[in-house]
Design a protein around this ligand. Structure first.
Ligand code: PGA
Length: 252
Protein backbone atom coordinates (compact mmCIF):
# COMPACT_ATOMS: atom_id res chain seq x y z
CA UNK A 1 0.00 0.00 0.00
CA UNK A 2 1.67 3.27 -1.06
CA UNK A 3 1.11 6.32 1.06
CA UNK A 4 1.04 9.90 -0.16
CA UNK A 5 3.94 12.22 0.67
CA UNK A 6 3.36 14.70 3.49
CA UNK A 7 3.17 17.56 0.99
CA UNK A 8 0.26 15.89 -0.85
CA UNK A 9 -3.26 17.30 -0.69
CA UNK A 10 -5.33 15.77 2.10
CA UNK A 11 -8.94 14.64 1.78
CA UNK A 12 -10.19 13.69 5.23
CA UNK A 13 -13.62 12.19 5.85
CA UNK A 14 -15.16 12.92 9.24
CA UNK A 15 -17.74 10.21 9.85
CA UNK A 16 -18.95 11.83 13.11
CA UNK A 17 -21.39 9.46 14.93
CA UNK A 18 -22.39 7.43 11.89
CA UNK A 19 -22.05 3.83 10.65
CA UNK A 20 -22.12 0.27 11.94
CA UNK A 21 -19.59 -2.54 11.35
CA UNK A 22 -21.65 -3.86 8.43
CA UNK A 23 -21.71 -0.40 6.85
CA UNK A 24 -17.93 -0.14 7.22
CA UNK A 25 -17.51 -3.42 5.33
CA UNK A 26 -19.67 -2.31 2.44
CA UNK A 27 -18.06 1.17 2.36
CA UNK A 28 -14.55 -0.25 1.97
CA UNK A 29 -15.71 -2.90 -0.49
CA UNK A 30 -17.01 -0.15 -2.79
CA UNK A 31 -14.19 2.34 -2.15
CA UNK A 32 -11.77 0.20 -4.18
CA UNK A 33 -8.00 0.00 -4.01
CA UNK A 34 -7.35 2.32 -6.94
CA UNK A 35 -7.22 5.54 -4.95
CA UNK A 36 -4.68 7.97 -6.41
CA UNK A 37 -1.47 7.60 -4.38
CA UNK A 38 -0.68 11.31 -4.70
CA UNK A 39 -3.60 12.23 -2.39
CA UNK A 40 -3.44 11.70 1.36
CA UNK A 41 -6.79 10.08 2.10
CA UNK A 42 -7.97 9.96 5.72
CA UNK A 43 -11.08 8.60 7.41
CA UNK A 44 -11.81 9.79 10.94
CA UNK A 45 -14.12 7.13 12.34
CA UNK A 46 -15.96 6.61 15.66
CA UNK A 47 -13.91 4.66 18.23
CA UNK A 48 -16.02 1.51 17.85
CA UNK A 49 -15.22 1.32 14.13
CA UNK A 50 -11.47 2.01 14.19
CA UNK A 51 -10.43 -1.65 14.32
CA UNK A 52 -12.80 -2.62 11.47
CA UNK A 53 -11.65 0.35 9.37
CA UNK A 54 -8.02 -0.71 9.86
CA UNK A 55 -8.70 -4.33 8.96
CA UNK A 56 -10.99 -3.55 5.99
CA UNK A 57 -8.48 -1.05 4.56
CA UNK A 58 -5.71 -3.64 4.90
CA UNK A 59 -7.84 -6.46 3.46
CA UNK A 60 -8.75 -4.42 0.36
CA UNK A 61 -5.24 -2.84 0.14
CA UNK A 62 -6.79 0.63 0.25
CA UNK A 63 -4.28 3.46 0.84
CA UNK A 64 -6.30 5.30 3.46
CA UNK A 65 -5.13 6.51 6.85
CA UNK A 66 -7.44 5.82 9.76
CA UNK A 67 -7.92 8.60 12.32
CA UNK A 68 -9.94 8.96 15.51
CA UNK A 69 -12.10 12.04 16.10
CA UNK A 70 -10.66 13.01 19.49
CA UNK A 71 -8.32 11.82 22.25
CA UNK A 72 -7.64 12.65 25.88
CA UNK A 73 -4.48 14.52 26.84
CA UNK A 74 -3.35 12.05 29.56
CA UNK A 75 -1.81 8.68 28.73
CA UNK A 76 -3.99 6.76 31.21
CA UNK A 77 -5.92 7.32 34.40
CA UNK A 78 -9.33 7.73 36.01
CA UNK A 79 -11.06 9.45 33.07
CA UNK A 80 -14.23 7.44 32.49
CA UNK A 81 -15.39 7.46 28.89
CA UNK A 82 -12.15 8.85 27.48
CA UNK A 83 -9.54 7.32 25.13
CA UNK A 84 -5.86 8.31 25.16
CA UNK A 85 -3.53 8.96 22.25
CA UNK A 86 -1.38 6.04 23.45
CA UNK A 87 -4.43 3.73 23.18
CA UNK A 88 -5.07 4.90 19.62
CA UNK A 89 -1.44 4.40 18.71
CA UNK A 90 -1.59 0.93 20.29
CA UNK A 91 -4.24 -0.29 17.81
CA UNK A 92 -2.48 1.17 14.77
CA UNK A 93 -4.46 4.37 14.29
CA UNK A 94 -2.47 6.96 12.31
CA UNK A 95 -3.84 10.19 13.79
CA UNK A 96 -6.79 12.06 15.23
CA UNK A 97 -8.96 15.11 14.71
CA UNK A 98 -8.85 17.51 17.64
CA UNK A 99 -10.96 20.53 18.56
CA UNK A 100 -13.79 19.98 16.07
CA UNK A 101 -16.43 22.68 16.50
CA UNK A 102 -18.97 20.07 17.64
CA UNK A 103 -16.57 19.14 20.47
CA UNK A 104 -16.17 22.83 21.30
CA UNK A 105 -19.87 23.72 21.10
CA UNK A 106 -21.53 20.59 22.49
CA UNK A 107 -18.92 19.05 24.81
CA UNK A 108 -17.14 21.97 26.47
CA UNK A 109 -13.84 21.73 24.59
CA UNK A 110 -11.85 24.95 25.05
CA UNK A 111 -8.84 26.37 23.23
CA UNK A 112 -6.69 25.10 26.12
CA UNK A 113 -8.11 21.56 26.33
CA UNK A 114 -7.97 21.23 22.53
CA UNK A 115 -4.32 22.32 22.52
CA UNK A 116 -3.46 19.88 25.34
CA UNK A 117 -5.11 17.01 23.45
CA UNK A 118 -3.38 17.89 20.20
CA UNK A 119 0.04 18.15 21.85
CA UNK A 120 -0.46 14.85 23.66
CA UNK A 121 -1.44 13.14 20.38
CA UNK A 122 1.59 14.58 18.57
CA UNK A 123 3.84 13.51 21.45
CA UNK A 124 2.42 9.99 21.23
CA UNK A 125 3.44 9.88 17.56
CA UNK A 126 0.00 10.48 16.04
CA UNK A 127 -0.76 12.94 13.25
CA UNK A 128 -3.26 15.65 14.16
CA UNK A 129 -5.85 17.61 12.19
CA UNK A 130 -6.63 20.53 14.50
CA UNK A 131 -9.97 22.20 13.74
CA UNK A 132 -10.70 25.91 14.07
CA UNK A 133 -13.42 28.21 12.81
CA UNK A 134 -15.61 31.17 13.68
CA UNK A 135 -19.35 31.33 14.35
CA UNK A 136 -21.63 33.56 12.27
CA UNK A 137 -21.91 36.29 14.97
CA UNK A 138 -18.10 36.31 15.25
CA UNK A 139 -17.74 36.72 11.47
CA UNK A 140 -20.43 39.40 11.34
CA UNK A 141 -18.71 41.40 14.05
CA UNK A 142 -15.38 41.32 12.21
CA UNK A 143 -13.70 38.96 14.70
CA UNK A 144 -12.86 36.03 12.41
CA UNK A 145 -9.08 36.38 12.36
CA UNK A 146 -8.79 37.18 16.08
CA UNK A 147 -10.97 34.15 16.94
CA UNK A 148 -8.78 31.91 14.76
CA UNK A 149 -5.66 33.28 16.41
CA UNK A 150 -7.07 32.65 19.89
CA UNK A 151 -8.03 29.10 18.88
CA UNK A 152 -4.45 28.43 17.70
CA UNK A 153 -2.50 30.31 20.39
CA UNK A 154 -2.30 27.63 23.12
CA UNK A 155 -1.18 25.11 20.51
CA UNK A 156 1.44 27.50 19.16
CA UNK A 157 2.71 28.05 22.72
CA UNK A 158 3.02 24.28 23.24
CA UNK A 159 4.78 23.76 19.93
CA UNK A 160 7.27 26.50 20.72
CA UNK A 161 8.93 24.20 23.27
CA UNK A 162 8.54 21.10 21.03
CA UNK A 163 8.85 22.36 17.44
CA UNK A 164 9.87 18.90 16.24
CA UNK A 165 6.18 17.90 16.57
CA UNK A 166 4.92 20.49 14.07
CA UNK A 167 5.43 18.51 10.83
CA UNK A 168 2.68 16.05 11.88
CA UNK A 169 0.12 18.84 12.36
CA UNK A 170 -2.48 19.98 9.84
CA UNK A 171 -5.12 22.62 10.51
CA UNK A 172 -8.72 22.45 9.30
CA UNK A 173 -10.46 25.79 8.85
CA UNK A 174 -14.17 25.10 9.26
CA UNK A 175 -16.45 28.13 9.59
CA UNK A 176 -19.06 26.89 12.09
CA UNK A 177 -21.87 28.44 10.04
CA UNK A 178 -20.86 26.34 7.02
CA UNK A 179 -20.82 22.92 8.75
CA UNK A 180 -23.72 20.71 7.73
CA UNK A 181 -25.70 23.73 6.53
CA UNK A 182 -25.09 23.62 2.78
CA UNK A 183 -23.49 27.07 3.05
CA UNK A 184 -19.85 27.40 2.01
CA UNK A 185 -17.51 30.31 2.55
CA UNK A 186 -16.65 32.23 -0.63
CA UNK A 187 -13.07 31.97 -1.97
CA UNK A 188 -12.01 35.38 -0.58
CA UNK A 189 -13.15 34.37 2.94
CA UNK A 190 -11.45 30.99 2.70
CA UNK A 191 -8.23 32.45 1.38
CA UNK A 192 -8.04 35.16 4.03
CA UNK A 193 -8.49 32.60 6.83
CA UNK A 194 -6.07 30.04 5.39
CA UNK A 195 -3.30 32.54 4.77
CA UNK A 196 -3.73 33.95 8.28
CA UNK A 197 -3.48 30.45 9.79
CA UNK A 198 -0.34 29.69 7.77
CA UNK A 199 1.14 32.92 9.08
CA UNK A 200 0.34 32.04 12.75
CA UNK A 201 2.38 28.83 12.42
CA UNK A 202 5.02 30.22 10.04
CA UNK A 203 7.93 29.83 12.48
CA UNK A 204 7.45 26.05 12.46
CA UNK A 205 7.16 25.88 8.66
CA UNK A 206 3.56 26.56 7.65
CA UNK A 207 1.18 23.59 8.12
CA UNK A 208 -1.19 22.29 5.47
CA UNK A 209 -4.57 23.99 5.92
CA UNK A 210 -7.72 22.08 4.92
CA UNK A 211 -11.11 23.67 4.31
CA UNK A 212 -14.23 22.15 5.84
CA UNK A 213 -17.93 23.03 5.80
CA UNK A 214 -20.39 21.55 3.29
CA UNK A 215 -17.64 20.34 0.95
CA UNK A 216 -19.11 18.24 -1.87
CA UNK A 217 -18.09 17.18 -5.39
CA UNK A 218 -19.94 20.18 -6.89
CA UNK A 219 -17.95 22.83 -4.99
CA UNK A 220 -14.62 21.14 -4.26
CA UNK A 221 -12.83 22.13 -7.46
CA UNK A 222 -13.35 25.83 -6.78
CA UNK A 223 -12.36 25.41 -3.11
CA UNK A 224 -9.17 23.54 -4.05
CA UNK A 225 -8.17 26.25 -6.50
CA UNK A 226 -8.44 28.91 -3.78
CA UNK A 227 -5.02 30.21 -2.62
CA UNK A 228 -3.95 28.65 0.67
CA UNK A 229 -6.15 25.52 0.43
CA UNK A 230 -4.33 22.18 0.81
CA UNK A 231 -7.32 19.85 0.90
CA UNK A 232 -10.64 19.29 2.62
CA UNK A 233 -12.22 17.98 5.82
CA UNK A 234 -15.53 16.49 4.79
CA UNK A 235 -18.53 15.38 6.84
CA UNK A 236 -21.70 14.45 4.95
CA UNK A 237 -20.08 13.82 1.56
CA UNK A 238 -17.56 11.36 3.09
CA UNK A 239 -20.24 8.90 4.16
CA UNK A 240 -20.94 7.59 0.66
CA UNK A 241 -18.08 5.90 -1.22
CA UNK A 242 -19.05 7.49 -4.55
CA UNK A 243 -18.95 11.11 -3.41
CA UNK A 244 -15.86 10.48 -1.25
CA UNK A 245 -14.05 8.92 -4.23
CA UNK A 246 -15.03 11.86 -6.39
CA UNK A 247 -13.53 14.31 -3.88
CA UNK A 248 -10.30 12.31 -3.83
CA UNK A 249 -10.15 12.30 -7.62
CA UNK A 250 -10.71 16.07 -7.76
CA UNK A 251 -7.67 16.47 -5.48
CA UNK A 252 -5.18 14.90 -7.88
P1 PGA B 1 -19.94 18.82 6.57
O1 PGA B 1 -19.07 18.59 7.92
O2 PGA B 1 -19.03 18.51 5.41
O3 PGA B 1 -21.07 17.84 6.68
O4 PGA B 1 -20.38 20.24 6.57
C1 PGA B 1 -17.74 19.00 7.99
C2 PGA B 1 -17.18 18.72 9.38
O5 PGA B 1 -17.92 18.85 10.36
O6 PGA B 1 -16.00 18.37 9.53
Amino acid sequence: MTTAPRSARTVAGNWKMFKTQAEVKSFFASLGSELPPQVRTVIAAPYTLLASCLSEAAAHKIPVQIFAQNCHDKTEGAFTGEISAAMLKDIGVKGTLVGHSERRQLFGETNETAAARALSALQAGLDVIFCVGETLPERESGKTISVLRAQCQALINGLTSSPQLAPRLEIAYEPVWAIGTGLTAVPAQISEAHLAIREFFAKFGPPKVLYGGSVKPENFQEILSTPGVDGGLVGGASLKPDSFKMLIKLST
